[in-house]
Design a protein around this ligand. Structure first.
Ligand SMILES: Nc1ncnc2c1ncn2[C@@H]1O[C@H](COP(=O)(O)OP(=O)(O)OP(=O)(O)O)[C@@H](O)[C@H]1O
Ligand SMILES: [Mg+2]
Length: 250
């Protein structure tokens, strides 16, 4: 039998409205989150598709899924975990994109690029990047093309993660920032051309989808009544925005 500490119990049972759990490492935050999911299902008769539980790394997500499944099994609860939105933020975004692919720029059979694929794409097209006016201000010609691709990728991913507006970069007074904006634009065009998504644009495309389609966003707001994030301190700008867009306005 599980015995919760007084504070854990309080967090588990506070099911309505926002709850923030702050506690030291190994003190049972994830444990409390899992108990909260159980509580919602057992005592509040919440349907799995009304619950979203997200975290950041694959490892943490797998652990979360295992812990929830074990708990449900222990309690003899028949439950289809696939219906619950559980996993990394990226995997949840990917699911949302797939559920609404026709409203995104993605065509059927799009490819998902990992970091190596991304760098390889830039490497293959490096001549187009090198042809950008004033590229020398940003990129060292002394580097190998592979290293140049690595350098560009680092910046491109950072821009995607922090939802920087390309127009602002292009109009910025610092020439290196203009060049970076042009590189970003070129990379975005390449993704469209290749019908590809990368790790960082998964989130960006989801953000565009939710911001650009009220109906779709409202449909998620309507079902996702309980959103929980483990390791919330790891959220970046775009992830926080996504979570707030998905959550129901009270
Ligand atoms: N009330 C409890 N009863 C039994 N075991 C508990 C209780 N609270 C926490 N634990 C156990 O303590 C261990 C650490 O808990 P947990 O992993 O949830 O902590 P955490 O705060 O999420 O850690 P981290 O900071 O590493 O993410 C786990 O094995 C968990 O099962
Ligand atoms: Mg934890």
């Amino acid at each position: 039998m599980t015995i919760l500490s007084e504070q854990q119990k309080q967090a588990v049972e506070a099911t309505e409205g926002p709850v923030l759990i702050i506690a030291g490492p190994g003190s049972g935050k994830t444990f409390t989150l899992v108990e909260r999911v159980l509580y919602l299902i057992q005592h509040k008769e919440i349907e799995p598709n009304n619950i979203m539980v997200a975290t950041f790394t694959e490892k943490a997500a797998n652990e979360l899924i295992t812990r929830i499944s074990n708990k449900l099994h222990e309690e003899n609860i028949k439950f289809n975990l696939n219906e619950m939105y559980v996993g990394t933020i990226h995997s949840i975004c990917l699911r949302i994109l797939e559920e609404n692919r026709e409203c995104t720029r993605l065509k059927k059979n799009y490819t998902l690029l990992d970091q190596f694929d991304q760098q390889y794409l830039i490497y293959q097209k490096i001549r187009f990047f090198l042809a950008i006016e004033d590229i020398g201000e940003l990129l060292s010609y002394n580097l190998s093309r592979w290293k140049q691709s690595e350098f560009l990728l680092k910046w491109i991913n950072r821009l995607s993660e922090e939802i920087v507006d390309v127009e602002d970069l292009l109009e910025h007074e610092d020439i290196r920032i203009n060049v970076l904006g042009k590189c970003y634009q070129l990379y975005s065009d390449l993704l469209i051309e290749e019908n590809a998504l990368d790790f960082s644009t998964i989130q960006l495309e989801t953000l565009k989808l939710l911001e650009g389609n009220n109906e779709i966003r409202l449909a998620y707001n309507d079902v996702l009544h309980y959103l929980m994030i483990d390791e919330f301190q790891d959220t970046n700008t775009i992830q926080e925005k996504l979570v707030f867009l998905l959550s129901r306005k009270l």
